[in-house]
Design a protein around this ligand. Structure first.
Ligand code: GLN
Length: 390
């Protein structure tokens, strides 16, 4: 059967979770919490179901939730998105990304991405008929050759962005490195796109997981860029409910009108009771304002444990991921590819991880794998015990 995505198999997240389940490994691969969400959020969804909010909601999502999103963005990032015309509730971040790409990329349009890049970007661009132009994040290394920080490859981006560019996809905080864009970075991006037709897709699903007192700088906070941007976020990430698959997209009205044309024939709309529950729960900012501290404690605990191993730690300034380099473990498996090393780690050591090579079209094998630390301390501690045997 002729494939529209000949190079695509099953996503690495599904494969690694299945392998972890098969071998009863501790799953630090796919990014999701292993702890429960707030019971109050469940009660609010339950109440919505009992109140018979069980039929189709409006195509763009219920008004109360769109209002909540608008108020939140306004309070945190200072841009007012119109509730009726500029916000749409999506079936998670990934659907928002696919729909945004499909609504604006035409065949032969160029789309610029920065690798390592979340695995859904490229296939979404392929389905739209667009051409992916990938540049690589710059890894800055210390004296021992270990990555100490990342920076945006401005020269490469300046070459990549031209009159054929329809969309530039950015991701901050970044999966898998945790790199966070600064205001000055947004300013430089604005300089690059100013005289082009390029739109921006800003994937900000880890917006509430930024550590060490640093701030997430949303595209919404930059008026010039926001005027040409799709902003993507995820309730699943923020409220520990990745399985609910609810997120949102904000964009200027003209862009959102095109987004909705595709959205309505893609999923039509998103389940009603979760939207009511989230709308009520979102009114209280306490949860997401506390999230940086909540996740920083987990990151610090996990990093401290990893320091007792021979893995080399990469920076983890944001998101719920910690990348490590395995090339100096002093065992024969260090010569394995990142994908094979992750399979071995899952089946033989009992800890699942994600190969960072999965975030590249042409993997650069630098011996780096990603762990998710959105886990109970006891899960992290059991995983660390196993990793400390290496
Ligand atoms: N974003 C999640 C991660 O990087 C995975 C989402 C998915 O499995 N599709 O782990």
């Amino acid at each position: 059967f002729p494939s529209r995505l000949p190079k695509v198999g099953t996503t690495v997240f599904t494969i690694m979770s299945a392998l972890a389940a098969k071998h009863q490994a501790i799953n630090l691969g796919q990014g999701f919490p292993d702890f429960p969400c707030d019971r109050e959020l469940i009660s609010k969804v339950h109440a919505a179901m009992l109140a018979d909010h069980n039929q189709y909601p409006p195509m763009m999502g219920i008004a109360e939730l769109r209002q909540g999103v608008s108020q939140k963005i306004s309070a945190l990032y200072g841009r007012d998105y119109d509730t009726d015309t500029e916000i749409t509730i999506t079936a998670g971040g990934t659907q928002g990304i696919m729909t945004a790409i499909l609504c604006c990329v035409s065949p032969s349009d160029e789309v610029v991405i920065i690798e390592p890049a979340y695995d859904s970007y490229r296939p979404s661009i392929d389905l739209a008929g667009g051409k992916t132009v990938a540049v690589s994040l710059t890894a800055n290394r210390d004296d021992q050759g270990i990555v100490s920080s990342y920076s945006i490859p401005w020269d490469d981006l300046a070459t990549a962005i031209n009159t054929k560019t329809r969309l530039v996809i950015i991701n901050t905080p970044h999966n898998p490195t945790g790199m966070v864009w600064q205001s000055s970075d947004l300013e430089r991006l604005a300089n690059l796109v100013r005289n082009t037709n390029a739109l921006i897709l800003s994937d900000e699903v880890y917006e509430h997981m930024v550590f060490d007192g640093h701030q997430h700088i949303s595209i919404a906070s930059h008026p010039e860029l926001a005027a040409r941007s799709f902003l993507i976020s995820s309730f699943g990430k923020t409220y520990h409910v990745t399985g609910w698959k609810v997120g949102y997209v904000a964009a200027p009205a003209a862009m959102m009108a095109e987004f909705r044309k595709v959205h309505q024939f893609n999923v039509f709309t998103v389940n009603t009771p979760m939207q009511y529950g989230l709308a009520k729960y979102l009114k209280n900012a306490e949860h997401y304002l506390g999230l940086p501290f909540f996740y920083q404690a987990k990151r610090d605990y996990f990093r401290k444990g990893l320091q007792q191993t021979r893995f080399k730690l990469l920076p983890a300034p944001a998101s719920y991921f910690q990348c490590v380099n395995y090339t100096e473990l002093g065992i024969s498996q260090t010569s394995l590819s990142e994908a094979d090393f992750c399979s071995w780690l899952t089946t033989e050591i009992g800890v699942a991880a994600i190969p960072v090579s999965a975030f590249y079209a042409k993997p650069i094998e630098s011996g780096v794998i990603r762990f998710c630390f959105a886990k109970e301390e006891k899960t992290l501690s059991s995983a660390l015990e196993r990793l400390q045997t290496l």
